[in-house]
Design a protein around this ligand. Structure first.
Ligand SMILES: Cc1cc2nc3c(=O)[nH]c(=O)nc-3n(C[C@H](O)[C@H](O)[C@H](O)COP(=O)(O)O)c2cc1C
Length: 185
């Protein structure tokens, strides 16, 4: 079994709901075990355990929340140089479109890169106007179908990359399943 961790912070439940959709997408790939942890309960062992992780935070002043930053500063700091090579991606809920959710994703990806994770974006569209090139983003709750689909796509792609690169399963490469992929337009 390959292992995927969904790690999130959420003050009012919006990013937590994204995490559930992401877990659902990750769980759609067979042979992948999925663990969901809030930043309040997660331990360094959860990160050490996984082959791939999705990290989510509410957009706070354009970047990740202080709790998520503290997790990487204090909980994961001692693990620096010990967790390189895991596959990782980001997601964020903001108060509104244009509120900085993609910048918040980049702040998460920056920290993950600092730890040596192999970070990725998703080229696919999940609707005519919705994509997740820098991670899944929503305004408040992921209520509409495309926002939910973006979250599921992120989780599925994470599990696919984990299956390919940690599990050696070339059949799970997204380009081998191109019939499932939606181009722009
Ligand atoms: C301290 C703080 C800073 C925030 N900064 C932003 C911001 O820069 N841009 C934005 O669109 N929303 C901002 N918000 C709103 C949250 O990102 C938004 O409500 C989000 O959906 C909360 O997610 P959660 O329910 O997972 O906590 C901020 C909220 C708080 C509490």
């Amino acid at each position: 079994m390959n292992k995927v961790l969904i790690l999130y912070d959420s003050a009012t439940g919006n990013t937590a709901t994204m995490a559930q959709h992401i877990a659902e997408g990750a769980g759609s790939i067979d042979g992948v075990e999925v663990r969901v942890r809030s930043v309040d309960e997660a331990t360094a062992d959860d990160v050490v355990w996984c082959d791939g992780l999705a990290v989510g935070s509410p957009t706070n002043m354009g970047v990740m929340s202080w709790k998520m930053k503290r997790f990487w500063d204090e909980t994961m700091g001692p693990q620096w140089m010990k967790v390189d090579g895991k596959i990782a991606c980001a997601f964020s809920s903001s108060g509104g479109w244009g509120g900085g959710s993609e910048i918040a994703c980049l702040s998460l990806l920056t920290v993950l890169m600092n730890f040596g994770f192999l970070v990725f974006g998703v080229t696919d569209y999940v609707g005519k106007l919705t994509t997740l090139h820098y991670g899944a983003v929503t305004a408040r709750q992921p209520r509409d179908a495309e926002s939910q689909q973006a979250c599921r796509k992120l989780g599925k792609r994470l599990a696919e990359w984990v299956a390919v690169y940690a599990g050696g399963r070339q059949d799970q490469h997204p380009l081998a399943k191109s019939d499932e992929r939606l181009p722009p337009g």
